[in-house]
Design a protein around this ligand. Structure first.
Ligand SMILES: *[C@@H]1O[C@H](CO)[C@@H](O)[C@H](O)[C@H]1NC(C)=O
Ligand SMILES: *[C@@H]1O[C@H](CO)[C@@H](O)[C@H](O)[C@H]1NC(C)=O
Ligand SMILES: *[C@@H]1O[C@H](CO)[C@@H](O)[C@H](O)[C@H]1NC(C)=O
Ligand SMILES: *[C@@H]1O[C@H](CO)[C@@H](O)[C@H](O)[C@H]1NC(C)=O
Ligand SMILES: *[C@@H]1O[C@H](CO)[C@@H](O)[C@H](O)[C@H]1NC(C)=O
Length: 390
């Protein structure tokens, strides 16, 4: 696969800690937060969770996704409906309409993360041809786990090398396996009740040609370079990340296309509902149905904590290119998003729309007035996907 990443960005980006200029390209916060996200509107056919990911209209009418009086974004599981046997519970999966190329830094600030038996929340990213094009799991935990698990998922050939400079504990190094290359956060209060009582915290994910690096700071340790970052951000003073996936054993430009951000909460399913996983923190009779029968159906007994409370999601970039899918003939390609309405600031609006820009992909010639990026080599397969659902 060849991804037409801007050459200049690939050459300029160096090891994390180098002071590349990352400028704000998107801020999702406050009353306009959901303008930049699409609701899945289908049952969980991705991880076999026992939820219906509702439409935007249903999320609004059921109060499953809203901005509260304090200006914080709430994304939650339905914790009031009595669900009958064989049915699923309503929940939310949202994904950004925009895609962010290699050369981006993503911040996620929350004061509460979903937790509880059967609950499986995640903040993660994916390429347009996912699972091809890579996946970065920034926040993920299930049931009553007490630590965040970070991961990459890729096609075969990407690994995390041994002896990396990170504070987390590696549990698997092959990013091409089903479970991915995983790193367990070692700092306290990264998820669950501990995260909430500490006042939450902030994650930063640097998606760079030199590697992918994830930092976590509990509330009272968030550096001022993060909490006060407005128009630009400097990663150079952040020190050792929680998880480090240097490009030495994973060519980021080969394994990762531009990434879309996803926030979701599912219930049970492949990870939270696996019999031994569920039993390890939530007990029960150890059967494959324990997660569903003890939690999802009937009057909800304990989804009181199954919600995100998010202060903001911000994306900074070395390229200023924020991309959106568009159909070009039989291909779906990513082109520069020139819309300004989805965020409080959009550098994309000032990006040149000249099709002659040298960073354009090979499909650029087919696009008029827009910089085009090939989403995949031989992208005919993409035409089968319905982007409306993402
Ligand atoms: C999930 O459902 C949606 C909507 O029906 C469909 O477009 C998509 O292809 C499905 N995905 C999988 C992996 O089955
Ligand atoms: C929205 O709610 C209506 C009424 O309950 C339901 O029939 C429909 O399936 C829901 N759709 C989605 C995508 O959430
Ligand atoms: C609800 O779950 C929390 C952990 O998520 C637990 O501490 C609490 O005891 C549970 N409450 C009930 C009533 O089950
Ligand atoms: C690990 O990274 C930190 C922050 O960049 C740096 O200060 C430290 O020297 C590095 N340690 C090693 C062993 O490379
Ligand atoms: C549902 O969750 C909200 C927080 O999202 C909480 O305020 C409310 O008390 C919960 N309701 C029930 C019945 O657990």
């Amino acid at each position: 696969m060849h991804f037409a990443i801007p050459v200049a960005a690939a050459l300029l980006a160096s090891a994390h800690g180098a002071s590349a200029a990352y400028n704000l390209v998107r801020e999702y916060s406050g009353s306009s937060f959901f303008d930049g996200w699409e609701f899945y509107g289908n049952y969980d056919n991705l991880t076999n969770g026992d939820v219906n990911f509702v439409s935007a209209a249903n999320a609004s009418s059921e109060k499953l996704a809203y901005v509260n009086d304090a200006g914080k974004v709430i994304i939650t599981v339905d914790n009031t409906t009595s669900v009958t046997y064989n049915n699923k519970r309503d929940s939310v999966r949202v994904a950004t309409t925009d895609y962010f190329p290699v050369g981006s830094v993503i911040l996620f600030d929350a004061t509460h993360l979903p937790y509880g038996c059967s609950v499986w929340p995640s903040f993660w990213t994916k390429g347009i041809n996912w699972p091809a094009g890579g996946e970065i799991d920034i926040i993920e935990a299930v049931n009553l786990m007490t630590y965040n698990q970070m991961a990459l998922h890729t096609n075969a050939g990407c690994t995390q090398p041994s002896g990396v400079n990170q504070t987390g504990a590696t549990s698997a190094t092959d990013c091409g396996t089903t479970s991915g290359c995983t790193v367990a956060e070692q700092q306290s209060n990264s998820v669950g009740a501990g995260f909430a009582s500490a006042g939450g915290g902030v994650w930063a994910a640097q998606f760079d040609s030199s590697g992918i690096f994830i930092w976590f700071w509990t509330r009272n340790s968030v550096p001022s370079s993060v909490s006060s970052a407005t128009n630009s951000i400097d990663t150079s003073s952040w020190g050792t990340p929680s998880a480090a996936y240097p490009s030495s054993s994973c060519n980021i430009n080969n394994f990762f296309t531009a990434q879309q951000l996803v926030i979701d909460i599912t219930l049970c399913g492949d990870w939270a509902g696996a019999a031994s996983i569920y039993q390890s923190t939530c007990g029960g009779d150890g059967t494959a149905t324990a997660c569903y029968l003890n939690n999802v159906i009937n009057t909800p007994v304990n989804y009181t904590n199954a919600y995100f409370e998010i202060s903001y999601v911000k994306v900074f970039s070395t390229t200023n290119d924020v991309l959106v899918p568009t159909v070009s003939g039989t291909n779906t390609v990513l082109v520069t998003d020139t819309a300004t309405s989805t965020a409080s600031k959009s550098s994309a609006s000032s990006t040149s729309t000249s099709g002659s820009d040298s960073s354009g992909g090979s499909n650029g010639a087919a696009m008029t007035g827009a910089k085009a990026y090939a989403a995949i080599a031989g992208a005919t397969v993409v035409a089968a996907l319905s982007f409306v659902l993402f």
